[in-house]
Design a protein around this ligand. Structure first.
Ligand SMILES: Cc1cc2nc3c(=O)[nH]c(=O)nc-3n(C[C@H](O)[C@H](O)[C@H](O)COP(=O)(O)OP(=O)(O)OC[C@H]3O[C@@H](n4cnc5c(N)ncnc54)[C@H](O)[C@@H]3O)c2cc1C
Length: 415
């Protein structure tokens, strides 16, 4: 048997071995696994609007160390996704909730708008397609622009046509998480860091979560939980590891757990630029797996970045996933692919001006060339376990959708 398989099986078998081994057991009302932007929004919703007593467990040293701190921080309008998909519905609703929340709580954000640009004739029909799709999804204010109109508002831009999306914007994700975390805490939520959910078993219908201190889990040869929690409700919002977490639950039919494909997205910053070349977000036509290699985005402090691109990674075994052994290396060589893509719409981009920035990894549930896959939000009707909701494939637009996902999860739990 391969070592990885062996480790996975040994985690699954913990349940049987540990029941009689005297590990401390505690009851809890509701456990959220993962303190990313989605887990925090869920904890806030459950504690603030439903009066639940929530415990959020995160394997990292603090909140938001996963995908939520490695993204573009763009509030998406909801243009790209098939009508009625969860991504389309949650992006449009989530954006409205997010802007309202930001205004109410003073979260730094700017609705700067976005231009999706066609730089070749054959791309023009794709822009029309996106316009129709965005309209179907209920995105407000979309407008097709001739090249002259787009280039008048962005003088350094070169394109032959553009789709203007006035509701797209940027947000300070860290401030958002901090604010929602504070609200959740003041409504009784407890955040517990440096602890990893390493498995679970069922006794009757009751979920027993196996939790280990992250450091011990990474360093010990034998994987034992330090505590077993018995909550009434569990939300698996473990981002890149949510499929690995679900596979460690003995009692879930493995066939309902999707395979994950990981796609790294690297960003490059622009050196020696005091003034950003553009005032609005500039996106090329989307590609397989992402929204186009050379996307131009801005931070709220005016920092420019291009990306993310799409680099499909090999599989990672469940134990390494739970131990967060993801590779975020940004290889400087990837800039070679960025220059020609960016110069299609920004011909003034200087040689050697791109500097490696950071990267994020997408938890995708469709592989290369497989096309669109929706968010998966699974309740009892799918996996048969009362009180458990699994969130799978929460890639972009997960940040924009976070508050709408939280509403949906709370409803699904019928609390
Ligand atoms: C490159 C990139 C760019 C993106 N850009 C945008 C954008 O511009 N706009 C947008 O709307 N969306 C964007 N997204 C998507 C968005 O960032 C994510 O959908 C969102 O951050 C997911 O949040 P999350 O809480 O589900 O996951 P995470 O933030 O990863 O949180 C999961 C948490 O679970 C914890 N965890 C994992 N395993 C365990 C375990 N076993 N026990 C305990 N804790 C565990 C982790 O430590 C982590 O903190 C982007 C994504 C990527 C990768």
């Amino acid at each position: 048997m391969k070592l990885n398989k062996f480790l996975q099986n040994s985690i699954k078998n913990l349940a049987q071995n540990l029941i009689s081994s005297g590990v401390a057991k505690e009851t809890a009302d509701c456990v959220v696994i993962g303190a990313g932007v989605v887990g925090i929004a869920v904890a806030r919703e459950l504690s603030l609007n439903y009066g639940r007593n929530v415990l959020v467990i995160d394997s990292g040293p603090t909140f938001g160390t996963g995908i939520s701190s490695r993204n573009s921080q763009v509030v998406h309008a909801g243009i790209y996704y098939p009508p009625n998909s969860l991504k389309a519905r949650f992006c449009v609703r989530g954006r409205r909730l997010l802007y309202d929340y930001c205004k109410e709580h003073g979260i730094p954000h700017k609705q700067i708008g976005k231009l999706i640009v066609a730089t070749r004739n054959e791309e023009v029909p794709k822009l029309s397609y996106l316009l129709n799709r965005g309209n179907e999804n209920g995105v407000e204010g979309l407008k097709m622009m001739e090249a002259s109109e787009a280039m008048a508002i962005e003088p350094q831009l070169q394109c032959i046509r553009a789709l203007w999306s006035p509701t797209s914007g940027i947000i300070d994700t860290h401030s958002l998480m901090l604010s929602q975390l504070g609200e959740a805490e003041s409504h009784g939520t407890t955040f517990c860091y440096n602890n990893t959910v390493i498995g679970a078993h069922l006794e009757g219908n009751q979920i027993h979560l196996h939790i280990s201190e992250t450091e011990s889990f990474i360093n010990r040869d034998q994987q034992h939980p330090d505590i077993i929690l018995v909550p009434k409700l569990v939300v698996n919002s473990a981002g890149l590891s949510s499929a690995a977490v679900a596979r460690c639950f003995s009692g879930i039919n493995p066939r309902v757990i999707p395979s994950y494909y990981y796609a790294r997205g690297c960003y490059f910053s622009l050196s020696n630029t005091r003034v950003p070349p553009f005032k609005h977000l500039i996106y090329p036509i989307p590609e397989d797996g992402g929204l186009g290699v050379g996307q131009f985005t801005l931070d709220l402090d005016g920092q420019v970045k291009f990306g993310p691109d799409v680099e499909w990674l090999g599989p990672i075994d469940d134990v390494s996933s739970l131990q967060n052994k993801f590779d975020y290396t940004v290889c400087g060589d990837r800039a070679k692919k960025f220059y020609p893509e960016i110069r299609k719409y920004y011909p003034l981009l200087k040689d050697d001006s791109l500097q490696p920035g950071y990267s994020g990894i997408r938890p995708k549930i469709s592989g290369p060339g497989e096309g669109f896959a929706d968010f998966i939000i699974q309740g009892e009707e799918c996996h048969g376990i009362p009180g458990l909701v699994n969130l799978f494939g929460i890639e972009s637009p997960g940040l924009t959708s976070s508050m709408a996902i939280a509403e949906h999860v709370a409803t699904k739990l019928s609390v």
